[in-house]
Design a protein around this ligand. Structure first.
Ligand code: FAD
Length: 628
C-alpha cells in the first residue's frame, strides 16, 4: 500500500495547484492521475484567466459580474474569495515563469470576455491552459512531488457510517493502466479530488475523451451530494464536425457572428443590444440555435464566426492557435474565410458540494476545480472564470488538507434541515420513483462499481470501527473483484454501444433548449442503459493498457452523472442561466433561489435543496433582470 499525507487525484490545473500548496505547508504529497499531468484537459484552455489586476478594475467589480453571470445562483463568499484571491494567484503564476502576453510597455495584456464589465482576462496567446499546466508542472518537478501517472482511481476508501457526514475518507484504490495491478493508496491527512469535467456525457463536446466525471461520480456514491448538476454550459463557438473549441478570445478581440443571410444577428434580432457577441455564453448559444431553428442557419446546422477584419498581424499575434484549429479540424483558413460554429457542451457548473476550503461533508475528502461546486458559477459560468477557480480553490484545498487553519468557512456543507422544513420539497419529480438507480445494486448488496451499500458493508453489526488500513484494503478487494469479473466475462454488451446511446440521448434531450417530454425521454434512456450495463463485459482480456476496461469503468460514472443532470433539470421548473425550460419561461426567484442537491442514498438518488448565499462581505447582491 502506498502512503502519503495528502493524495491529490488529478494532475490538471486544480490538482497541480493543490499539490504545490500542500507541499509548501510541509505535507508529503502525491498526485495520482490517469493522464500525465501536462496531458490534462486544462491544457486545452485557450482564452484566459480573469483577474482584477489593473487600475480602474477591482475585485468587487469582478465579483458583481460573476454573480450577475451566475444568474444569482452563485454563493457570495465563494465568488468574493475568487475575485479577491485571483490577482495574487495570477501574479504567482507570473513569478513562476508563466509567459503571459504583454503590451509594448511590458505590462501583462488583458482582453475583454463575455459578461465582463472590464477587460480583465489575462492570457498567454490562445494557449493559456497549456502554459498554465507546464508552469505548474515545473514547480511540481522542482519540489520533488511524487506523481503516479497512468494510475486510474476507481474507488474512494471511505468508512461506512449510515450518516455520510460521519464518514471519513482514508484513501483511494488505483488501477495501474500500464500493468493492470490494483493497489491501495492511503492518505494520512486527506484526499483532494481534482478530476475535472464530465463532457463525455454528451456526444458534441469541447471536452477530451478522458473527461468522464470520475471524481464527482465516486464522491456521489461515497455519500457526498452533488450540487446544481442541471447547469451545463454550452459554448457558442465550437467547430461543427468535432466539437473543438474556438475560443471566446476571438470575440474578445472583435470577432463577429453572422447568420446565413449575412446579418449580425446578435444586434439585428435584439438578443444582446449592448454587448452583442460578447454577451454571456448562455445568451449567445440560445441566439445561435434560435437563428438555426428559424431557418437562418448555414446548412441548417451552424452560423459563421468571422475574424478576417482583425488582420493577419493581430490574428497571428494573439490567436494563432485558432488558425491551426480551424484549418486542421474544419479545413477552413480563418484569415480568408469565416469559421463555421455551433453550440457544444463545454463545462459543468455543478459538481461535488464543497465549502470555500474545498472540504466536502466527508471528513478528509476535498474537491477542487471543475469536478467541484463551491459555488462560484451558479447557473452560468463566465468565460475566464474557471482557470482562476482552479488556482484559487486548488491552493485553498491543498493548504487545508495539509493542516493549515483557514478559519471558519462561511459556506455550510451537509443538510440544512430548517431550510428544508420551511421550503418543503416542492418538485415535480420523485427521483427514486422512475426506478433505475437502485437497480445498480446487484445481488448481495454489491453495486456494479464494486463498492458496497453502507448497510451491507458493516459485517459486525455496526459496532467495531475499521482501521484506516482496513478501509483501504476492503476497497482494494472490491475493485479487484470488480475488475476480475469484467475481464473474465466472455459475453454481454460492450460499453461503446451503451455510451453512444447515452451521449446521443443527452445531446438530443438535455441540451440548450429543454422541455419536460425530452427530459423524461432522457431519463428513460439513462435507466434503460443502466439496466443493460449490468451485462457489460470487456472483450479484451489483457491487463496492459486495456482502454476498453477503463472506458467500461468510466461508463458507470457517465450514467450516474447523466441521471443527476437530468433529474435536476426535470425538477427545476424555471428558466435560469444555462437552464432553459420551454414550459417555464421566467426566472422564479420566489421559489428557486436555491441549490439543487442530489444525494446517493444507499443506491437511490435523493433530491433536496439548500439556500443560495447572496450576503456578501459588504452588501447583499439583489437579483436583477440579467441583460447584456
Ligand atoms: C477547450 C476548452 C477551453 C477552455 N478555455 C478556458 C479558458 O480560456 N479560461 C477558463 O477560465 N476556462 C477555460 N476552460 C475551462 C477550464 O479549462 C476547465 O474547467 C479546467 O481546465 C478544468 O481543470 P481541472 O484541473 O479541474 O481538470 P483537468 O484539467 O481536466 O484535469 C483532470 C485531471 O484528473 C485526472 N483524472 C480524472 N479522472 C481520474 C481518475 N479516475 N483517476 C485518476 N486521475 C483522474 C486526469 O488525468 C487529469 O489529470 C476551457 C475548457 C475547455 C474544454
Amino acid at each position: 500500500m502506498h502512503e502519503h499525507d495528502v493524495l491529490v487525484i488529478g494532475g490538471g490545473g486544480a490538482g497541480l495547484r493543490a499539490a504545490i500548496a500542500a507541499q509548501e505547508e510541509g505535507a508529503d504529497v502525491a498526485i495520482v492521475t490517469k493522464l500525465h499531468p501536462v496531458r490534462s484537459h486544462t491544457g486545452a484552455a485557450e482564452g484566459g484567466i480573469n483577474a482584477a489586476i489593473r487600475e480602474g478594475d477591482s475585485w468587487d467589480l469582478h465579483a458583481y459580474d460573476t454573480m450577475k453571470g451566475s444568474d444569482y445562483l452563485g454563493d457570495a463568499p465563494a465568488i468574493e474569495t475568487l475575485a479577491q484571491d485571483s490577482p495574487e494567484e495570477t501574479i504567482q503564476l507570473e513569478h513562476w515563469g508563466m509567459p503571459f502576453s504583454r503590451e509594448d510597455d511590458g505590462t501583462v495584456s488583458q482582453r475583454p470576455f463575455g459578461g465582463l464589465s472590464f477587460p480583465r482576462t489575462t492570457y498567454a496567446g490562445a494557449e493559456t491552459g497549456h502554459h498554465l499546466l507546464h508552469t505548474m508542472y515545473e514547480q511540481v518537478v522542482k519540489r520533488g512531488i511524487q506523481v503516479y501517472d497512468e494510475w486510474y482511481v476507481s474507488e474512494l476508501a471511505v468508512t461506512d457510517e449510515d450518516d455520510p457526514s460521519e464518514r471519513t475518507c482514508h484513501g483511494v484504490v488505483g488501477y495501474d493502466i500500464k500493468t493492470g495491478q490494483v493497489e491501495g493508496f492511503k492518505a494520512r491527512n486527506g484526499v483532494i479530488l481534482a478530476t475535472g469535467g464530465l463532457g463525455q456525457v454528451y456526444d458534441h463536446t469541447t471536452n477530451a475523451v478522458a473527461n468522464t466525471g470520475d471524481g464527482a461520480a465516486m464522491a456521489y456514491r461515497a455519500g457526498v451530494p452533488l450540487e446544481d448538476m442541471e447547469f451545463i454550459q454550452f459554448h457558442p463557438t465550437t467547430l461543427p464536425s468535432t466539437g473543438v473549441l474556438i475560443s471566446e478570445g476571438v470575440r474578445g478581440e472583435g470577432g463577429i457572428l453572422y447568420n446565413a443571410e449575412g446579418e449580425r444577428f446578435m444586434f439585428e434580432y435584439g438578443y444582446a443590444n449592448n454587448d452583442g457577441e460578447l454577451a454571456s455564453r448562455d445568451v449567445v448559444s440560445r441566439a445561435e440555435l434560435t437563428e438555426i431553428n428559424e431557418g437562418r442557419g448555414v446548412e441548417d446546422e451552424y452560423v459563421y464566426l468571422d475574424m478576417r477584419h482583425l488582420g493577419e498581424e493581430r490574428i497571428t499575434d494573439r490567436l494563432e492557435n485558432i488558425l491551426h484549429l480551424a484549418r486542421d479540424f474544419e479545413g477552413v483558413d480563418g484569415l480568408e474565410e469565416p469559421m463555421p460554429v455551433k453550440p457544444g457542451q463545454h463545462y459543468a457548473m455543478g459538481g461535488i458540494e464543497t465549502n470555500e476550503h474545498g472540504q466536502t461533508c466527508i471528513d478528509g475528502l476535498y474537491a477542487a476545480g471543475e469536478c467541484a461546486c463551491v459555488s462560484v458559477h451558479g447557473s452560468n459560468r463566465l468565460g475566464g472564470n474557471a482557470l482562476p477557480e482552479l488556482i484559487v480553490f486548488g491552493a485553498r484545498a491543498g493548504r487545508h488538507a495539509a493542516g493549515t487553519d483557514l478559519g471558519e468557512p462561511e459556506i455550510a456543507t451537509g443538510r440544512d434541515e430548517e431550510f428544508e422544513r420551511e421550503d418543503g420539497l416542492d418538485t415535480p419529480v420523485d427521483p427514486g420513483a422512475v426506478g433505475g438507480a437502485s437497480d445498480a445494486v446487484a445481488d448481495g448488496g454489491e453495486r456494479t462499481d464494486g463498492s458496497r451499500s453502507s448497510s451491507d458493508a458493516r459485517s459486525d453489526g455496526g459496532t467495531a470501527v475499521a482501521s484506516a488500513d482496513d478501509v483501504v484494503q476492503r476497497a482494494v478487494e472490491n475493485q479487484r473483484t470488480r475488475i476480475d469479473r469484467l475481464l473474465n466475462e466472455d459475453s454481454g454488451v460492450q460499453q461503446a454501444e451503451l455510451r453512444e446511446k447515452l451521449q446521443k440521448s443527452m445531446t438530443q434531450n438535455v441540451n440548450v433548449f429543454r422541455n419536460e417530454e425530452g427530459l423524461k425521454t432522457a431519463l428513460e434512456d439513462i435507466r434503460e442503459v443502466r439496466e443493460r450495463y449490468e451485462d457489460v463485459y470487456v472483450d479484451d482480456p489483457s491487463r496492459t493498457f486495456n482502454t476498453d476496461l477503463i472506458h467500461t469503468i468510466e461508463m458507470q460514472n457517465l450514467l450516474d452523472l447523466a441521471e443527476a443532470i437530468t433529474l435536476g433539470a426535470l425538477a427545476r421548473d424555471e428558466f435560469r442561466g444555462a437552464h432553459w425550460r420551454q414550459e417555464h419561461q421566467e426566472r422564479k426567484d420566489d421559489e428557486w433561489l436555491k441549490h439543487t442537491m442530489l444525494a446517493w442514498n444507499d443506491g437511490s438518488p435523493e433530491l433536496y435543496y439548500k439556500p443560495v448565499i447572496l450576503e456578501g462581505e459588504e452588501d447583499t447582491y439583489e437579483p436583477k433582470v440579467r441583460s447584456y
